[in-house]
Design a protein around this ligand. Sequence first.
Ligand code: PLP
Length: 370
Amino acid sequence: MSINLTDLKPSASMELTRMARAIKEEGRTVYTLSIGDTHFSLPKSLADEAQNIPDASSHYGPAQGLLKLREALAKRYPGYEAEDIVIVPGLKQGLFYALEAIEGNKVAVLEPSWLGYQATCTLAGCDYIPVNTYSTDWLNALRETSFDILMICSPNNPDGSILSESEISEIRDIITSKNAWVLLDVIYERYTYDEMDSLATFKPLQDYPKILIGNGFSKSHAMTGYRVGYLLIKDQSVRSNVLKIQQNLATCASSHAQHLLSLNPDPEEINSFAKYYQENRQTVLGIFPEWSQFVPKGGFYFFVDLGIYGIIDASAFCLTALKQDGIAMVPGAAYGTGFDSYIRVSFSLDRSELEEALNKLKNVIKSYNA
Ligand code: PLP
C-alpha cells in the first residue's frame, strides 16, 4: 500500500516551531508556550557517566533492543519480562509499527488527542475514528462506535486528563465485546501530580490479552532528541511483526542512547523534573486563577477554553499572539473536532520565563477583544 500523502498533513506543532524560529531570527523574543518537550538538559547522572559507554555503542545493536535496558524496564511493569519489550526509535515510530503489526484498520481515538495519532493512522493506512470525551456519555458513544483498535493516552496530551479506574473498567467491557485491541500511550506517566499513579488506573486491563503499552524516555528523561521509546507486547505474533518491521525499517533504536540509558540515571533526579512542573502548574494558576477548571492531573500542558473570555476562534488568536507578541501556543483545532476555542499552553519552561510569558499572555487576552 502506498502512503496517502494527500491526507498526510505537515505536523502542526513543527510548523509553529518554524514560525517561532523565523520571528526569533528577526531578533524578537519568542515565548514558547507551544513546546512539547521538557526544558531540562540531559540528566546529570547520565551526562557524568557518558564516557563509560562501551565502544559497541557506535554500532548496530540487537533489533529488539539492548537486553540490559529491557531487563531494567521489565522491573517497572508487573507481569512483563525483557522478551516482551521492543525498544524503538521513539514512541511515534513505535505506534506506527503497532498499527502495522496489529490486524484491523479502524482506530478509535479519544479526543482531544495528540496530533500524532491522526498522522500515524494515515501513514499506516488506518481509519481514524474520533470519539469526543468532552461530550456527555462519551463511553456510550464509544460503545456504539465500530473499531478494531482503541488508542488511549493517559495522562493525555493535550489536557492532562487521567482516565479513572472505573472508566478503564468500562473500557475493558467495551473492547471485550468488540474483541478489539487497546494501545496505551503512557509517555507522560512520570508527570502525574496530586500523588496519583496513572499506571495504577490501568489495573482492569492487566490481564486483557490484546493490549500493547507504549512508553519512552523522551519526556521522562528529557531526551526527545535521543529517540528512544519502547513497546510492551505479550502477544507473540504482534511482537514478531513489530520486530520484522523494525529490522527492515530502522535496524535498531540508537545503540548509543540505549547504552547511555543502561547506566541507570538517578531516580531522584528524574523525579525532580515532575516536582518542578508541579510547581509550575501552581505558577500558572497564580497568574490565571480562572484556569482552575482546566487544571491538568498530569502532563505539562493546560488545555484552556478561551470561550471563558468570549474568544471563539483560538487559531486566529494564536496567530495574532505569535505575530504581534511573540507568544507561541498551539490552537485547540490541532487536537480534534470541537476544540476550536481552545489553546494548549505548555508549562514545561524555566519558571521565570514561564512567568514572563504568562503575564504577557494575560495582557494579550485583555486587549484582544477590547
Ligand atoms: N505520544 C504522545 C502523547 C506524545 O505527546 C508524543 C510526543 O509529543 C509521543 C507519543 C511521541 O514521543 P517520542 O518522542 O517517543 O516519539
